[in-house]
Write a protein that binds this ligand. Sequence first.
Ligand code: IDP
Ligand code: MG
Length: 162
Amino acid sequence: TCSKSDCPKMSNTERTFIAIKPDGVHRGLVGKIIARFEERGFKLVALKQLTASKTHLEVHYQDLKDKPFFPSLIEYMSSGPIVAMVWQGLDVVKQGRAMLGATNPLASAPGTIRGDFAIQTGRNICHGSDAVDSANREIAHWFKQDEINDYASPFINSWVYE
Ligand code: IDP
Ligand code: MG
């Protein structure tokens, strides 16, 4: 037996909210971004395309409402369709952030999504939750309970985790 923090079998139920922003959709990067999470071994448990309302985005980005870029951020994020996803797996919140790269693509390492596909912060193509608490809040904000698929994946359980 092991405790949640050191036991992959017990802690691989962590979930994060990942979104492909309107620029990522327009630029045809949906497949490439999904592929990185699939190839890593994370499990896709929810996915939909939607154009988000400004009100919905103002709640999503509530912590940034006093920033000077907030109005342009809401404009950008509501300008076209977003692909919203929930990915599940061991340490997926932190790993997802690492796979995305830094907020400013110019500071993102090659090999990260932003480091490979983006240049400016205001067009950084993807979103990822920054902590387990915010992930849970964001998942509940973007998905209804019955849009999340709680399915067993024996292949992942045996061949991604030991
Ligand atoms: P994150 O997306 O890496 O978590 P946050 O600081 O939470 O970064 O900011 C949310 C989003 O707001 C960023 O991904 C980016 O699209 C936008 N943003 C953040 N800082 C700036 C800025 O200085 N100028 C323009 N847009 C910004
Ligand atoms: Mg953030």
